[in-house]
Design a protein. Structure first.
Length: 140
């Protein structure tokens, strides 16, 4: 009589499905990353200035287009202009929740000075104490 041996269960993890999922996620991120970097097209004025320190929170950026429209880098559709009331409401929510968040104004170099000033007044109404102005580094 021959004895039948029982096989021991194998306790190894099959990683092939995980590799497939990771490759799909990599492809998705490679396709969507350039789309996320898009925004409102403006020409920033050029000036020599120091960049923000990397350890700071991601700044809240208010963009003023050359037509005087306001765009905020938070919300559902960041490429759609927002009203002054929505701007004040959204900024005040962020500032109340995270008061250390830096706030920057990114104005087109051809925008009316009054539009940038009005944007800064709206930010002050929302409770922002300090506002920075974004510029591009001059071409060497």
């Amino acid at each position: 009589m021959r004895r039948v041996r029982k096989r021991k269960p194998v306790s190894e993890i099959n990683v092939v499905p995980y590799i497939d999922v990771m490759l799909v996620l990599l492809i998705i991120f490679m396709i969507t990353a350039p789309l996320i970097q898009q925004g409102v097209e403006i020409d920033l004025p050029q000036a020599s200035a120091n960049p923000l320190p990397p350890e700071q929170r991601e700044p809240l950026v208010l963009t003023v287009s050359k037509s005087g429209d306001y765009y905020l880098n938070i919300g559902d559709d960041i490429e759609k202009p927002i009203t002054e009331e929505d701007l004040v409401r959204r900024v005040s929510i962020v500032v109340n929740k995270h008061p250390e968040t830096p706030v920057l104004v990114r104005g087109d170099e051809r925008v009316d000075y009054g539009s940038v000033t009005q944007a800064m007044v709206l930010l002050q109404t929302a409770g922002v104490d300090k506002v920075g102005l974004m510029t591009d580094q001059p071409d060497q």
